[in-house]
Design a protein around this ligand. Structure first.
Ligand code: GTP
Ligand code: MG
Length: 319
């Protein structure tokens, strides 16, 4: 039997025993979608729940990968097992940008407790917003304590993916109008911690002031989490300890207030809707090549039936 056709349960057993090759195959199943991805999902779901996820998003080149490398080093010092997912929604395949990330991560590549993987959309109908939580679940089931997700770019999907973490870091750099840009990109809503990286450059205090001002204007509810602003020089590993403290504090706040359970439940609800949508689309696609669809389509074209009535008829067939 070719390796790629090994039963999923067997792959999972191997991955849980530490086989990185088996883990990589499970993640490839997830990335490709379809029936094998579903099987992975079914087997890993009951095993998860212990991993903590941190998402990073921000403008290209803000220093996310450099920060991730620093974070990994800090968490490793606590003897934690860490997985890094570099998610690139713009590329159908693993692209050059991620290779750059790999180079920065190379200090960790030989460390058995650190696993680094890039993810691209491939065939998954629901795209990365479905594949990423599934991949996180696999890593969780295999025993990683922390899963760090870096997304490339600040489009809708990237923001969604990063915002689905337990703690979301929004990485900005000093520069005129950056807080305004962040606000436009919908980053302010998802931030649990703001990181002003490249603090070796001018206008750091202005960036901090702009952010504080925006947070003041957001008039947070009493008892709500106010995202702290951490300044870092990732390329010199400065400020990483403060960042870890901010993440720990957010985690403690989420746990103590019960917000973590609420957040995770909301995320599962979104995921459930996503899975249902994906399956409906699959069935609609299948229906489209059938005789019923052609017959109705002809009727609609001849104006015997309106498109809404025809759609109702087709939907009734999905049940
Ligand atoms: N001056 C300065 N440069 C930094 C700092 N942090 C990172 N850089 C540099 O900024 C460049 C981009 O860093 P990356 O970590 O690749 O940024 P990124 O946000 O992951 O980039 P993409 O993944 O391409 O969006 C690299 O040349 C880093 O060395 C910093 O604190 N100060
Ligand atoms: Mg990067």
């Amino acid at each position: 039997m070719p390796r790629s056709e090994r039963p999923t349960a067997e792959l999972l057993d191997d991955a849980r025993r530490g086989s990185r090759a088996a883990l990589a195959q499970l993640l490839s199943h997830v990335e490709r979608g379809g029936e094998p991805a579903r099987e992975v999902g079914k087997l890993t779901y009951p095993l998860g729940g212990a991993a903590y996820t941190v998402g990073l998003t921000g403008a290209p080149g803000a220093g996310k990968s450099t920060l991730v490398a620093g974070l990994v080093a800090a968490l490793r010092a606590r003897a934690h097992q860490i997985a890094v997912l570099a998610v690139d929604p713009t590329s159908p395949f693993t692209g050059g940008a991620i290779l750059g990330d790999r180079v920065r991560m190379q200090d960790h590549v030989l460390d058995a407790a650190v696993f680094i993987r890039s993810m691209a959309t491939r065939g998954h109908l629901g795209g990365l917003s479905l594949a990423t939580p599934e991949a996180i679940r696999v890593l969780d089931a295999v025993g990683f304590d922390w899963v760090v997700v870096e997304t490339v770019g600040v489009g809708q999907v990237e923001v969604e993916v990063a915002g689905a973490a337990d703690t979301t870091l929004v990485v900005l750099t000093p520069g005129w109008g950056d807080a305004v840009q962040a606000s436009k990109a919908g980053l302010l809503e998802i931030a649990d911690v703001f990181v002003v990286n490249k603090a070796d450059r001018p206008a750091v205090e202005e960036a901090r002031r702009d952010l504080e001002h925006m947070l003041d204007l957001a008039s947070l509810e009493e008892g709500a989490w106010r995202p702290p602003i951490v300044t870092t020089v990732a390329s010199e590993s400065k400020g990483i300890d403060d960042l870890v403290v901010a993440i720990d504090e957010h985690r403690a706040w989420l746990t103590d207030t019960g917000a973590l359970a609420v957040k995770r439940a909301a995320r599962l609800c979104e995921e459930l809707v996503g899975i249902v949508s994906e399956r409906v689309i699959e069935r609609v696609t299948a229906l489209r090549s059938g005789a019923d669809f052609e017959r109705l389509q002809a009727k609609v074209a001849a104006r015997e039936v309106d498109p809404w009535t025809a759609a109702d008829e087709l939907l009734a067939r999905l049940e």
